[in-house]
Design a protein around this ligand. Structure first.
Ligand code: FAD
Length: 341
C-alpha cells in the first residue's frame, strides 16, 4: 500500500491531519492499535466535557471525535484499526512502515500522532499461559456485542467499561457474571445502581470480592477459578467468554526503537514544521515536545497544519504549497463537495 502521509495514531490530531492534508490534495492512511478512532478522547473520557476547542463552547470528548470524523468524510483516507506500528525503515526517500499484523505501507511522510504512546490492555497476572484463548474466547474490548447473545460471559473489572458492558450485554441476552476484587466500583454511580438492581433481580450475577486465580482450558474455557479475598474460599465458575476490563497502560513501545531524538517519553521536533531529526518523519500532538509545548488538542491541530505544508513539498517537490481560505477557495469547496447556492 502507498500513501502520501502515513499517520500513526487516530486520536484527534491524527484525524485532523486528514482534513489539512485533504485540502492540499494529499491522501492519508491512519493506523491505530485501538479498535476505534479518537485516541484518549474516545478511550479515556468519552462522556466528559471539553470547553477549549476554539469556536465550540461545549462538546463531550466523543462528540468531538464524531465531529472530526464528520469533518473528514469528504476525503479519501484509509483507517487501519487494531494494528500497532512496529517498525519503520527507509529506502531512498521512501519510508516503509510495518505493523504487528504484517501490514506494510510505503510513504514519503510519517506523522507520529501517537499521543502518550500506544494503549495496551492491562492483563491479569496468571501463571498459566492463556494466549490460545485470547481473541476468540478472551477479549479486552468488544467489537460486536451480538457475539455474546445467549452466551455465558464473565466480566472482570470495576470501572465504567465493566459496569457499562454488564448492563449492555445483559440487554442483548447474555448471562453475565461481573467479578470484582472489591465490593465498590470506580465507574459512574448511576450505572453501579443499575448493576446492583440487575443483581437483586437475578438478571446478572455480581461476584465480589473475588480475584481470578486460574483459567482452565485450551480451545474453550472449561472453568474459571476464583478466590474470595474476604472468606478465603475458592469458587469455580463457567463461561463461554471472558472480558477483562482492567484498564489500559500507555506505552511508548516501538517508537523507542526508531532512533529518533527523544526527551524523556516525547519526541523532539522543530517548531517550523514539527519535523523530527529524521527527514520525512514528523511528530504532532501530545507525543512531541518543544519549548513551550502544551498537551492540548488545539496545539496538536496547529502543529499538524504546519507539518502538512512540508509533507506536501515532499510529495510534490518544487511546487508551491497552495494556500486558500476554506471560506472562499473554489478548489477547497470542490474537495469538500460544497457548492454555493
Ligand atoms: C481526562 C482528560 C481530559 C482532557 N481534557 C482536555 C481538554 O479539555 N482540552 C484539551 O485540549 N485536551 C484535553 N485532554 C488532552 C487531550 O486528550 C490530548 O491532548 C489529545 O488526546 C492528544 O491527541 P493526540 O491525537 O495527540 O493523541 P491521543 O489522543 O493520545 O491518540 C494517540 C493514538 O495513537 C495510538 N498509537 C500510539 N502508538 C501507536 C502505534 N505504535 N501504533 C498504532 N497506534 C498507536 C494510540 O492508541 C492512540 O489512539 C484531556 C486528556 C485527558 C486524559
Amino acid at each position: 500500500m502507498k500513501t502520501d502521509i502515513l499517520v500513526i495514531g487516530a486520536g484527534p490530531v491524527g484525524l485532523f491531519t486528514v482534513f489539512e492534508a485533504g485540502i492540499l490534495g494529499l491522501k492519508c492512511t491512519l493506523i491505530d492499535n485501538l479498535d476505534k478512532p479518537g485516541g484518549q478522547c474516545a478511550e479515556l473520557y468519552p462522556d466528559k466535557p471539553i470547553f477549549d476547542i476554539p469556536g465550540v463552547p461545549y462538546q463531550t470528548a466523543q462528540e468531538h471525535v464524531d465531529a472530526l470524523l464528520k469533518q473528514i468524510e469528504p476525503f479519501d483516507y484509509d483507517l487501519i484499526l487494531n494494528e500497532r506500528v512496529e517498525s519503520i525503515s527507509k529506502k531512498d526517500d521512501v519510508w516503509l512502515v510495518t505493523t504487528n499484523k504484517g501490514s506494510r505501507v510505503e510513504t514519503p511522510n510519517i506523522f507520529i500522532a501517537a499521543g502518550a504512546g500506544s494503549f495496551e490492555p492491562i492483563k491479569p497476572n496468571l501463571e498459566r499461559d492463556y494466549s490460545s484463548l485470547e481473541g476468540n474466547k478472551i477479549f479486552y474490548a468488544i467489537k460486536d456485542k451480538t457475539l455474546f447473545k445467549d452466551k455465558k460471559v464473565a466480566i472482570f473489572g470495576g470501572g465504567d467499561s465493566a459496569l457499562d458492558w454488564t448492563v449492555e450485554l445483559q440487554k442483548v441476552g447474555a448471562e453475565v457474571s461481573l467479578v470484582h476484587r472489591r465490593d465498590a466500583f470506580r465507574g459512574a454511580p448511576d450505572t453501579e445502581i443499575s448493576v446492583r438492581k440487575l443483581n437483586e433481580e437475578r438478571k446478572i450475577e455480581l461476584l465480589t470480592p473475588f480475584i481470578i486465580k486460574d483459567i482452565v482450558g485450551n480451545k474453550n474455557i472449561d472453568s474459571i477459578k476464583l478466590f474470595n479475598t474476604g472468606t478465603k474460599e475458592e469458587l469455580d465458575i463457567n463461561a463461554d467468554y471472558i472480558l477483562f476490563f482492567y484498564g489500559l497502560n500507555k506505552k511508548l513501545g516501538p517508537i523507542n526503537d526508531w532512533n529518533l531524538e527523544l526527551s524523556g517519553n516525547k519526541i523532539q521536533v522543530n517548531t517550523e514544521n514539527f519535523e523530527t531529526d529524521k527527514e520525512g518523519i514528523f511528530a504532532v500532538g501530545d507525543i512531541n515536545t518543544y519549548p513551550g509545548k502544551l498537551n492540548l488538542i488545539l496545539s496538536g491541530f496547529h502543529e499538524t497544519t504546519l507539518a502538512v505544508q512540508k509533507a506536501f513539498n515532499r510529495v510534490y517537490p518544487g511546487e508551491r504549497v497552495p494556500f486558500g481560505y476554506t471560506t472562499s477557495s473554489k478548489k477547497i469547496h470542490e474537495k469538500l463537495g460544497y457548492s454555493e447556492k
